[in-house]
Design a protein around this ligand. Structure first.
Ligand code: PMP
Length: 441
């Protein structure tokens, strides 16, 4: 599998050597760093991408789930082109900023007001600052395996899942990300995902010290693990009791329904962080939530306390692309997409079942992940039992058969896909498993 990958991706291999000389590791996107080297892409259209060697692959990752309508959707492109002919960034405010904010307020029930920035990371940064300003506290409760971007208070412990039986350490030492100032670990409190009892315990012990609790309704980067309804409900109840701000990180899960995963779960968080699809393929982040908290972003002379700024915040290209994208993403489009997600997860699971191999499929809505373990996957500790070597070989096997996933095989579908495309991915997975077995897995 690895030999075939090397042989058919010679230009990517060569390009990696060049890139490594000037970009540490060969790319600034660590999530794309697969062994023996990443595929470097040159072109894309609809559901397909082409690499430097001209190999076409169906894109099952869609730029970490940002391209919900695939690549170069004609309606998004037309809207963006019209904007680009004027400018990519005005010197003052563009009228479309409020239009995108209105759209998000109209879709997500818990959102009264929105501010925009340029990445999910920045949105989380802003949400945490707002929560700290609102409560006057500093500690942030998070969940093992949660990924909320690379801002200090949310990154510690993100890439080192504890072993299944490890004792619970609410302030794990920073093993996975150097450069943290003192205090960051103390202010970060981590408990296992999907563990309602751990949530009750931590709120009992230190709820009054927690500024915010930040949670993904489905662990995304951590393995596409859906939250258990009781777990998410407990977080809402406990945080309300202690006045802790509940931040629902919907950077990935906003695609679950027009009102995001919070609509599916019936949750009303205080703040919601968004990104990816709301920028229609351009850099974006946004925080939305209760007016009382969001209004801290007003100017100081109007009673605000937290300023929001950025040269490219709510730039007209992103906002235009976001509006065009969300317009296309109505309930019918999402229902269809989620149906394709069900078909894919079932197809992949059937391949595993048929062979009785130690693998598992997780995910929800239009998201999926493939794990190589026999363990049922409910949290990051279960993910720690994954066989990384097998994961790696699997993604190369899929790449050899024209299916692009991330190195960890995570992915998300786009609305330009159809049942035929889903079935091609399932067939590629089936053939990859056959090949992996033949190679002595
Ligand atoms: N939150 C979640 C849930 C994410 O999945 C991500 C990125 N994958 C982020 C925040 C950070 O977003 P960005 O990469 O745009 O900074």
């Amino acid at each position: 599998i690895v030999r075939r990958f090397r042989e058919s991706n010679r230009k990517s291999a060569e390009h990696e050597q060049r890139a490594r000389k000037v970009v540490p590791g060969g790319t600034s996107r660590a999530t794309m760093l697969q062994k023996p080297f990443p595929v470097y892409l040159a072109d894309a259209r609809g559901a397909s991408v082409w690499d430097l060697d001209g190999n076409e692959r169906l894109d099952f990752n869609n730029n970490m789930l940002a391209m919900i309508h695939g690549h170069g959707h004609p309606e998004v492109v037309a809207a963006v082109k019209a904007q680009l002919e004027r400018t990519s960034a005005f010197t003052s405010v563009s009228e479309r900023e409020a239009e995108l904010a209105e759209t998000l307020c109209g879709r997500v029930a818990s959102i009264d007001k929105v501010t925009f920035d340029n990445s999910g990371t920045e949105a989380v940064m802003m949400a945490i600052r707002l929560a700290r300003a609102y409560t006057g506290r500093t500690r942030i409760l998070r969940f093992e395996g949660g990924y909320h971007g690379f801002y200090d208070p949310v990154i510690t412990g993100s890439f080192s899942n504890p072993p299944v039986d490890a004792p619970h350490d609410p302030h794990p030492p920073v093993r996975d990300m150097a450069g943290m100032p003192p205090g960051v670990t103390e202010d970060a409190v981590l408990v296992p995902y999907n563990d309602a009892e751990a949530v009750r315990r931590v709120f009992r012990e230190q709820g009054e010290r927690l500024a915010a609790v930040i949670v993904e309704p489905m662990l995304g980067g951590g393995g596409m693990i859906p939250g258990l309804p009781d777990f998410l409900r407990t977080i809402r109840e406990e945080s309300a009791k202690t006045g802790t701000v509940m931040i629902c990180d919907e950077v990935i899960t906003l695609r679950f329904a027009t009102g995001g995963a919070q609509e599916v779960y019936g949750l009303a968080p205080d703040l919601t962080t968004m990104g990816k699809i709301i920028g229609g393929g351009y850099p974006v982040g946004a925080v939305g939530g209760r007016a009382e908290i969001m209004d801290l972003c007003r100017p100081a002379d109007e009673g605000g306390a937290v300023m929001t700024m950025g040269t490219f915040n709510s730039n007209p290209v992103t906002v235009t692309a976001g509006l065009a994208t969300l317009k296309l993403l109505d309930k019918a489009a999402i229902d269809r997409l989620n149906g394709l997600g069900d078909r894919l997860r079932k197809g992949l699971s059937d391949c595993i079942e048929k062979r009785q191999v130690p693998a598992r499929v997780t995910g929800a809505a239009s998201c999926f992940d493939i794990h190589f373990t026999r363990r049922e996957i409910n949290n990051a500790r279960d993910v720690a039992t994954d066989d990384e070597a097998l994961q790696q070989v699997c993604s190369l096997g899929l790449a050899n058969r024209g299916i692009l996933v991330s190195k960890s095989r995570k992915g998300g579908l786009s609305t330009v896909m159809d049942e035929g495309i889903i079935d091609r991915a399932v067939e590629a997975f089936d053939d990859t498993l056959t090949e992996m077995t033949a190679e002595g897995w």
